[in-house]
Ligand binder design. Structure first.
Ligand code: SF4
Ligand code: SF4
Length: 206
């Protein structure tokens, strides 16, 4: 799996959920399909007057979610920025060609109220619940950085094996110091709750 394949899968999903933050700090979520995909990026259309555009202008953070019929969750956490002025028409024409329904929604030159945003600093999380053990991986595009999540086993481990017996995915490797197979981990926390010596810590909290 890689970032380009994740974007291709999102393209097949078609209609994605876009979450933003409003002026009161509340989450706002919408379905968006006016999207054009490149192997290393996404461009999307909205109208400048919409609250959605105001939220993007004010805050810029956006989280985009798609879910395939194969139980694959793909989440893009990114910054949305206005595409360069000299590229606005190009991306708009491409999106209107790929999504002909837009011609009915914004006929003629009314599309000029539109604005194209592109995704930057993106982290893409791929989470496949349809395989056993489950599989997850994270990628970045557009200058994004990976935020590590989940749990890790520290040097306090006494090798008792309790965590492994409680792990729903059996994704913990035994040893003098046990270790979590991060690519198969649910981030459920059951290992942490059952460790008798508190050796399992949430990543980023230690
Ligand atoms: S339960 Fe805790 S001490 Fe026991 S093997 Fe797992 S991490 Fe190590
Ligand atoms: S967080 Fe859950 S899935 Fe991951 S290692 Fe611990 S028990 Fe297993």
């Amino acid at each position: 799996m890689d970032a380009a394949t994740c974007l291709k899968k999102l393209e097949y999903v078609g209609v994605l959920a876009f979450a933003t933050v409003d002026a009161h700090g509340a989450p706002q979520i919408r379905n968006i399909s006016a999207i054009h995909y490149e192997p290393d990026g996404m461009y999307f259309f909205t109208a400048r007057g919409k609250e959605f555009a105001r939220e993007l202008e004010r805050d810029g953070r956006v989280q985009i979610l798609g879910y395939t019929k194969y139980k694959e969750m793909i989440r893009v956490s990114a910054k949305a920025v206005t595409a360069p002025a000299e590229e606005q028409k190009k991306w708009m024409d491409i999106i209107f060609t790929e999504q002909p329904y837009l011609i009915n929604v914004y006929p003629g030159d009314t599309r000029e109220i539109g604005i194209i945003y592109e995704i930057r600093q993106a982290q893409i999380e791929y989470f496949h619940l349809g395989v056993s053990p489950i599989f997850r991986e994270t990628y970045t595009i557009g200058g994004g950085t990976e935020t590590r999540k989940g749990y890790r086993i520290t040097e306090q481990c006494i090798g008792c094996g309790t965590c492994l017996s409680h792990c729903p995915q059996k994704c913990i490797t035994a040893g003098e110091q046990y270790s979590i197979q991060q690519e198969h981990c649910l981030h459920c926390g059951n290992c942490s709750e059952h460790c008798p010596v508190g050796a399992v810590r949430r990543i980023g909290e230690d």
